[in-house]
Design a protein around this ligand. Structure first.
Ligand code: CU
Length: 509
């Protein structure tokens, strides 16, 4: 019983702290990878917190939102963008936003001289999309967001002038707006983008953020429990393509591009290949440079995680070990692109899982990133280069010890692409040790908990079980929760239940 009580307490704690945060940008359905091109709160345990002070500068791009990041994502004309909102910034647990958090959504843009330098606050903002309450289906925008796996979808106005922008998805949760004092909660973030277009229009009317909403506006004080329809206007009128001014488009993106020869990324951090070396000193120096970059990566990692840093660190370990073994020629696996790993929460992320099986002899030249035809736009290069592994297979993670309690057959290969199953195990992989039931490596409870496949990785605690037992086990967990009278509300339910819900299908952990 004590264990159960603790479990309840932990679950309750998680409910209380999990709100929502924008983490991942999709351009015409291509996943740009969590944190990439985004300005987001840098404190992990506060990353999902709402903004309550409507007059604060945080209203522009969120906590830490005045500071730019190194990457600017390229958007083709009239692109479809999706903004992923999640309850857990690192995707360690499922959920978009708590069901209690009902309210409208909107997307704003601001044209800027530099997407990296601009502080976001002040005038220049306009609204390109909004959704409030749908009387026909009796749903708030946030409820639709939950059904859509946390994806907020918007089309960029076709006539919008080419150039740099900050783009800002916004949710307003009204569940405490009727309280005294009122507590309307804004959840928002920004992405830095370059709109690659020859179009020339900009909206004539823009607003200031903060300033575009006031704490006394009826729309932020709206009582969702005793609603008086219609929902009042929130912020400025939508930009509908007319009422515009003509400007000169910026013809070429010059900031925030990923270097074509980057071999690994983590959010807005990247590393190029190490310089070649052939002496003991050269080797030691390369090792030091490599580990310095590793620290840089971990220190700059946003709350979305550091899987790219772990990949790079694994490479550094290989360099160091080779130096120690007297092999001074390197770097090992030169120019091999290390994949930014899953957990990527969508189908788009799955396209990334291809690399690494067949080394080609001819190193191809990488294509620079800003391809305007962006249905094929992807982070650098899975299909790109790969050279024949030089000597030792430095970049491979050691095989799991046969003596470990959850030992795999020795034939298992450690996952290099974040997938598990068949002949691949997560144990020792850079993505986390646990294999989820949909064959992804990770370290959160969805990977290591009752969903965990012990045959293809390490599972934790009482939840260790084999594939055959999975179904029985799930039934039991579910029944247990019910019989203990656990209210399934407030954003926490068993993943299987969520998975079977209509909106959950594509999450596929
Ligand atoms: Cu909340």
């Amino acid at each position: 019983m004590r264990i159960l009580a603790l479990f309840y307490a932990l679950a309750a704690l998680q409910m209380g702290t999990a709100h929502t945060v924008f983490t991942t940008l999709f351009i015409n359905d291509a996943n740009q990878s969590p944190g990439t091109c985004g300005r987001m709160p840098m404190t992990p345990n506060k990353a999902t917190f709402p903004i309550n002070d409507l007059k604060s500068d945080d209203m522009a791009c969120g906590y830490n939102g005045t500071a730019g990041v190194a990457r600017v994502c390229t958007i083709p004309q009239a692109a479809k963008l999706d903004f992923l909102f999640v309850e857990y910034a690192d995707n360690s647990q499922p959920g978009a936003i708590d069901i209690s958090h009902k309210g409208p959504c909107a997307v704003y843009m601001k044209r800027v001289e530099s997407a990296i330098q601009d502080k976001a606050i002040g005038d220049g903002w306009f609204k390109i999309w909004e959704d409030t309450y749908d009387a026909e289906t009796s749903q708030w925008c946030t409820e639709k967001l939950i059904k859509n796996n946390g994806m907020l979808s918007v089309k960029i106005p076709e006539n919008l002038a080419g150039g740099y922008y900050l783009i800002r998805p916004e949710l307003l949760a009204l569940h405490q707006a009727d309280k005294n004092p009122p507590n309307p909660q804004f959840y928002l973030g920004c992405a830095q983008i370059f709109l690659n277009s020859t179009a020339t229009s900009l909206p004539k009317d823009t607003v200031k953020i903060p300033g575009y909403v006031e704490p006394t506006d009826p729309a932020v004080l709206f009582n969702i429990y005793v609603p008086k329809w219609p929902y009042p206007a929130l912020g400025p009128a939508l930009y509908n393509g007319s009422n515009s001014v003509e400007v000169k488009p910026v013809d070429r993106q010059t900031e925030g591009l990923l270097p074509y020869n980057a071999v690994v990324t983590n959010a807005n951090w990247w590393a190029l290949e190490l310089d070649p070396y052939s002496t003991s000193d050269g080797c030691k120096n390369a090792s030091k440079v490599c580990f310095d970059l590793t620290s840089q990566c971990y220190n700059s990692a946003p709350p979305t995680g550091s899987s790219g840093c772990r990949l790079w660190e694994t490479k550094c370990n290989g360099v160091r070990d080779a130096c120690n073994a007297g092999n001074f020629n390197g770097p090992p696996q030169k120019n091999k692109v290390l994949m930014p790993g899953p957990p990527g929460p969508t189908k788009a992320a799955r396209q990334f899982s291809v690399l690494d099986t067949s080394p080609t002899t001819t190193p191809t030249t990488a294509v620079p990133t800003p391809e305007p035809s962006s249905s094929t736009f992807q982070p650098p290069a899975m299909k790109l280069l790969d050279t024949i592994p030089t000597t030792t297979s430095i970049n491979t993670v050691p095989t799991p010890e046969p003596s470990s309690p959850t030992s795999e057959p020795p034939a298992m290969k450690v996952s290099l692409d974040g997938r598990c199953g068949e002949a691949q195990t997560c144990t020792g992989s850079a993505f986390g040790d646990c294999c989820s039931k949909h064959n992804w490596c990770g370290s959160g409870s969805l990977y290591c908990g009752y969903n965990c496949l012990a045959d293809y990785g390490t599972c934790r605690g009482q939840y260790k079980f084999a594939r055959e037992d999975a179904h029985r086990r799930r039934q039991r967990s579910y029944g247990w929760a019910r019989s203990n009278g656990w209210a399934m509300g407030h954003g926490f339910a068993f993943a299987d239940e969520l998975e079977n819900a209509p909106g959950w299908a594509n999450r596929g952990l």
